[in-house]
Design a protein around this ligand. Sequence first.
Ligand code: LLP
Length: 447
Amino acid sequence: MSDAACEPGPEPGFAALLACHPELSLGADGLSFEQVTLAAIADALGTPCWVYSSGALLSRLAAFTGAIRDAELDGAVHFAMKANANRAVLATLGRAGCGIDIVSGGELMAARAAGIAAGRIVFAGVGKQADEIRLALAEGILQFNVESPAELAMIAGIAAAMGRRAPVALRVNPDVDAGTHDKISTGRLGDKFGISAAEIPALYAHMAALPAIAPAGLAVHIGSQITGLAGYRAAYARLAELTRGLEGQGLSVPRLDCGGGLGIAYRAEPVPSPAEYAAMVRATLGPLRKPLLFEPGRWLSGPAGVLLASVILEKQEGAHRFVILDAAMNDLVRPSMYGAWHGIVPLARSQHAAPLSPADLVGPVCESSDRFAARRPMPALAAGDRVAFLDAGAYGSVMSSTYNGRPLAAEAMVKGDAWAVVRARQSYQAVWADERLPGWLDPDLPG
Ligand code: LLP
């Protein structure tokens, strides 16, 4: 996967955005994902709906694993399923040999239900609960990435009671700034994640003496949507230094987990390629000659998904042009939550060459932050016209809610010239199906 075709620019045009997305193409029928016309999916499923490309998932996985292999690293890829938990996505990647990074018992169950072997699952997170730890031990996962002495004690106690040895890596907080958005930085002291490097040697030695723990090594994850390699370089250098120190104390460090975080070109900006990332890993961690784990989420699934939406209406207020879409912040929260920029591209071919004028693209939710884009150059759009939000395959549907009584949107997957629904649109009734009316209210309310 080369990013060479991506030209940087403050407000890239539709063609520049499509150049960064090889599985998307503009034909006579408008925008297609692989060989499926996106308008056909929108016609059949309605909007908003998410569409994932099996081919894009697999080619991105192949590009990532290929870069690791070409750098002569012994590495395994574990998709961070917090980015996209649809079981069709997990099974597509899993059948191609990918492992999974989880952060909860719920993710563990979904990964297992997608056919992922427990031995390919890594469990991260600062607050694993006793029942989740028990479940993971019973399933026999590959490793826990532990983030505090208290959590280590908890896992050791539960494993001992179950007569198991828990494989544990310690997650280091390397105190580096990944140079990304504050809300998705995880490797600075003061972020809640990991254990400071100064504490690692003593804690690792303590862990190695616990009979119910099998030390699995060290882990690090410094943030997400990282578009420069300097933070990684510093973090991995620290990991290497700690590893050498531990081995110098006679401790065994079987493998290193490099975390995820590699950024993608949302607005056709330059981002490091997997080959550049792998070369940096080779330079920093390669000399240790250890098995490595990688936990990319966004890089694998982000560009492999789009969110389709229809125009409800346009409204002009003075000089301000609003395009009101049927997708909203409850579907794709990234713009309101992080000020994130997503490409928004019309499905109709004719609109790719039409004159542009700035528009605010907003959803119907009753919040001013329900705004996907401000003063974005867009063609004239009429009610019923459709657009695709690009790079919506990561941190899209997983972060959706039913706010404002809006059912969760449908999800589909394309593969070549075929497509299938991989999640039905939620019904209105399903939104409240798990609620119960207390006895003092009339239980015979109209259903
Ligand atoms: N490993 C760990 C331990 C993580 O916490 C994460 C992401 C990943 C791997 C995967 O990172 P990725 O390769 O996807 O950058 N909701 C935010 C992103 C939150 C990321 C949380 N941790 C967003 O929409 O930008």
